[in-house]
Write a protein that binds this ligand. Structure first.
Ligand code: ADP
Ligand code: ZN
Length: 437
């Protein structure tokens, strides 16, 4: 059988070849985008034409597209094909406000499934695998995105959807599941249920985990790998750019290859919008290169990352992104310090006595802004030993302070005590009262 999921001609294309392909596809993409009401006006106003795209630098004259542009022209303003050519729509999960809608033709769906299949193949998934997809189906792109990608690769796919951990475990056992895809915050929860049932996931047929859709630290990945005894691969995507299959780690787990035949990748300074220097952290900006229904030009993802230097030993030439540290709007400022939730997570997950969940509360107490952290204690350590718990609390306080430069109030809670949303984890609640409230 021809291996459709390993495309060496594309995946190993030298940089110049990739760039030539990008320019050609960008030209087509600009021509296609101009068919939509939004881009038709927008590009005309900026004097952008497809013929004007001759080299990769010409990208710089194209205006950025923001989430507000998508919301402002909801629902059909960016559609470039007649409605009967549209086969499916997806919406973003709306973590940060109103959802946005993305339309796909059959070509778009095929291209997306190929990217997911290619990504899974790069981690080591094969057609002999049993792939259990534990995430929301429906409008969320993780469900159908992985479903079609893993099917394309030839795996046996179990559309398990989210929730009902006991049933998930039964499926894993009944069908000897070898690969799971889910969000990282769910895997730690699933592990607790294994534990409650007196079972160990290391005794199952599981051999690979795909984790993504929410920010997580290297420490969390290490924890998950330890709990399940198998490798976990970072998967990055966003609805506006299809969903999963935008960037993925290969079997070497040293950064996320971003598929440059399907996206032009820029990293810019969020304030000035100028490109950052090579290797610096900035906002990821993506342009679709293979979409018919709804191409998007220079989309400001608000996700922060950087290019990793050098090439990957796997032979793939598509550049690698560092782990996404979060969205620019995840950052909060407390007592003058800029903090990303993932910095707190990193510290917590290094401490073995800490359980798997935490919640950051920003509160105003007696007129002063306070960083409070509720931390679940690991069940093995949750004994009645007050002195030991107090020691742990002090250690967490000191370690977090060293990392974020603000002394937190740490409250230890029982394992399982924190709320567990069905979808992406909510890590921060801002309860501060602003002046005049
Ligand atoms: P929403 O924007 O409503 O959450 P999406 O499902 O499109 O809807 O979510 C995409 C976002 O999820 C990305 O922009 C990014 O912030 C986050 N994300 C996805 N995958 C990862 C990952 N592997 N690491 C960190 N963040 C991720
Ligand atoms: Zn690689």
């Amino acid at each position: 059988m021809v291996d459709i999921c390993w495309e060496p001609d594309i995946e190993r294309l030298p940089a110049q070849g990739l760039q030539d392909l990008q320019v050609e596809r960008l030209r087509n993409t600009v021509a296609q985008a101009a068919k939509s009401p939004f881009y038709g006006d927008h590009l005309r106003q900026h004097g952008i034409t497809a013929e004007g795209v001759r080299n990769i630098e010409d990208l710089q004259s194209i205006p950025f597209t923001t989430k507000e542009d998508l919301r402002g022209h909801f629902p059909y303003g960016l559609l470039c094909v007649p409605q009967q050519a549209v086969k499916r729509l997806h919406c973003s999960s709306g973590t940060t406000g109103n959802p946005t809608v993305i339309f796909h033709t059959q070509h778009d769906l095929d291209s997306w499934a190929n990217l997911v299949a290619r990504s899974l193949y790069a981690t080591g998934v094969r057609d002999t695998d049993v792939f259990q997809n534990i995430c929301g189906y429906g409008l969320f792109t993780g469900g159908l995105g992985f479903q079609y990608g893993a099917e394309r690769l030839g795996a046996l796919v179990i559309p398990a959807a989210a929730g009902n951990s006991k049933r998930q475990i039964k499926l894993i056992q009944d069908f000897s599941t070898t690969v799971i895809h889910t969000i990282p915050s769910y895997l730690t929860r699933l592990h607790s249920v294994f534990d409650d049932m007196g079972l160990d996931p290391r005794d199952t047929a599981l051999r690979l985990l795909m984790i993504g859709a929410e920010p997580h630290s290297e420490e969390t990945r290490q924890r998950i790998q330890g709990l399940f005894g198998v490798q976990a691969f970072n998967s990055y995507g966003l609805s506006e750019m299809n969903g999963p299959g935008v960037a993925f780690e290969c079997h070497l787990q040293n950064g996320l290859h971003i598929w440059e035949d399907a996206y032009i990748v820029e990293i810019v300074d969020s304030e000035t919008l100028a490109p950052v220097r090579e290797g610096e952290v900035g906002e990821l900006v993506l342009t679709t290169l293979d979409r018919e229904a709804m191409p998007i030009l220079r989309y400001r993802t608000r996700d922060l990352t950087r290019f990793l230097p050098g090439t990957c030993d796997c032979g793939r030439t598509h550049r690698r992104l560092d782990r996404i540290t979060g969205r620019s709007d995840d950052m909060f400022i407390i007592r003058g310090c800029n903090v990303f939730p993932i910095q707190v997570e990193k510290v917590l997950m290094r401490i073995p006595q800490v359980g798997h969940d935490y919640l950051i509360l920003l509160q105003t107490l007696d007129g002063v802004d306070v960083l409070s952290i509720q931390v679940e204690v690991h069940r093995e350590w949750f004994t009645g030993d007050i002195a030991a718990l107090d020691k742990l609390r002090r250690k967490i306080t000191a370690d977090v302070r060293d990392e974020v430069l603000v002394t937190p109030r740490v409250e230890l809670v029982e394992p399982g005590a924190l709320p567990k949303p069905e979808g992406k984890a909510v890590r921060v609640k801002d309860l501060r009262t602003t002046e005049g409230d």
